[in-house]
Design a protein around this ligand. Structure first.
Ligand code: GUN
Ligand code: ZN
Length: 431
């Protein structure tokens, strides 16, 4: 197969820049990214690689910045239209806006339409992998995987399991949720680039019997993922304590049913207690930080420094439609402000590390995506420092890479993404 060489500034991470400083990343101002068969051959200085691959087809993005495709570790595809719903916090927001919207996904045609819209929106933002909630309907997840398979995107999705504290039109049973999830795992997990996540919505909407089934699925399919919500909102936490009085805390509900492991992702985790942090660390499970959602729903400020100190693995995510943007750049912008409000700092290098290799690591997918090390899948985004007049003006005043990246994060969004490539193929190009 032919070799392609993309010429641009190239940035990717090898480790956490807060730990390893300059050794944590490679940056080639006049760089090249060399791709063959949808995988990375190598990256480096253009001066070295253009000669070495003199037969390659060259695509010239000089002046732009190529980074690995961004990764979103928590998002709901059926909530595209729920975005920007006024005036409620979590539990009322779910009942008044979210559940009625999710009802429509009973109709597979509707689910396909929204799945296609959703994936195009992610690609527009330079996001090439996401950990995605479907609805309670099995067909919603089939529609999603079909749309993702068409684009060859590496996506992780699961059917929501919920059998109580939700409208009847949106509930399943322990047995039907087990059966539907199992059939979806058999049909889709590791089919091409698709991966499955066992998806109990949260402790409030599952009976003991259903959580037990979720644990059984995890034990029977150890390479799948598990995604749920935890400690997002104080009323939610209080309700969980009422529903599960015999457990130690919120996390312990999930722990009792064997739902903690290195591929378990708990969205939010704002109000977790020290014991819960300790248990997350012990099991290698991770918290997904959803800044725009946490602000929009008034849920609270995640103490990122505490997670760092306690060595709890965490990632960053949009949480659309509680979140207000599909853009990971905008998400990192809000993450920065959440840190500022607590006297903490989130550097642009750490931010871009999180959106790429850090999130890949938290999903245990860093051997496949998140960097440009040889043999990684060639998902990448081309960012434009001249995407708007304001961005151009600001960038012209930036003297260092640090300043340029920070301005890209604070001012950037889908307009800053010139192109997105999936497994070496052009998947989005800004007009
Ligand atoms: N907790 C349970 N379900 C949801 C959801 O759909 N969105 C958010 N943000 N939190 C949840
Ligand atoms: Zn969510």
């Amino acid at each position: 197969m032919s070799i392609k060489l993309y010429r641009a500034s190239i940035l990717h991470f090898l480790s956490d820049p807060d730990v390893d400083g300059e050794k944590a990343y490679e940056y080639f101002e006049d760089g090249a990214l060399v791709i063959q068969d949808g995988k990375v051959l190598e990256t480096g200085e253009a001066s070295a690689l253009t000669g070495k691959y003199d037969n390659a087809d060259v695509v010239d993005y000089s002046g732009k910045l190529i980074i690995p495709g961004m990764i979103d570790t928590h998002i709901h595809f059926p909530q595209v239209e729920v975005i920007a719903s006024y005036g409620e916090q979590l539990l009322d927001w779910l009942n008044n806006y979210t559940f009625p919207a999710e009802r429509q996904f009973e109709d597979k045609k509707y689910a396909s339409k929204i799945a296609n819209f959703f994936l195009d929106e992610l690609l527009k933002c330079g996001t090439t992998t996401a950990l995605v909630f479907g609805t309670v309907h099995k067909q919603s997840v089939e529609a999603f995987f079909e749309a993702s398979e068409q684009r060859n995107t590496r996506m992780i999705c699961g059917k929501v399991m919920m059998d109580r504290n939700a409208p009847e039109f949106l509930t399943d049973t322990p047995e039907s949720s087990y059966q539907d999830s199992k059939e979806l795992i058999e049909a889709w997990h590791e089919k091409g680039r698709q991966l499955y996540a066992i998806t109990p919505r949260f402790a409030i909407t599952s009976t003991y019997e259903q959580l037990e089934k979720a644990g059984q699925l995890m034990a029977e399919h150890p390479t799948t993922f598990m995604q749920t919500h935890i400690s997002e909102n104080k009323d939610e936490v209080a309700f969980v304590r009422e529903l599960f009085p015999e457990t130690k805390d919120y996390l312990d509900v999930y722990d009792q049913y064997g739902l903690l492991g290195p591929r378990s992702v708990f969205a939010h985790g704002i109000h977790l207690e020290p014991r819960e942090h300790e248990r997350l660390r012990e099991t290698g499970a991770s918290v997904s930080f959803c800044p725009t959602s946490n602000l929009f729903l008034g849920s609270g400020l995640l103490d990122v420094e505490k997670l760092e100190k306690e060595k709890v693995s965490y990632s960053v995510a949009t949480d659309v439609g509680g979140g207000t943007s599909f853009s990971m750049l905008q998400t990192l912008n809000e993450a920065y402000k959440i840190c500022q409000l607590q006297g903490q700092q989130l550097s642009p290098l750490k931010s871009l590390y999180l959106a790429t290799l850090g999130n890949a690591k938290s999903l245990q997918l860093d051997d496949k995506i998140g960097s440009f090390q040889a043999d990684r899948e060639a998902d990448f985004a081309v960012l434009d420092y001249d995407s708007t007049p304001l961005m151009s003006l600001k960038q012209s005043k930036c003297k260092t890479l640090f300043e340029k990246l920070f301005a890209m994060i604070i001012l950037g969004d889908d307009r800053s993404v010139k192109a997105t490539y999936v497994a070496g193929e052009l998947a989005h190009e800004k007009q």
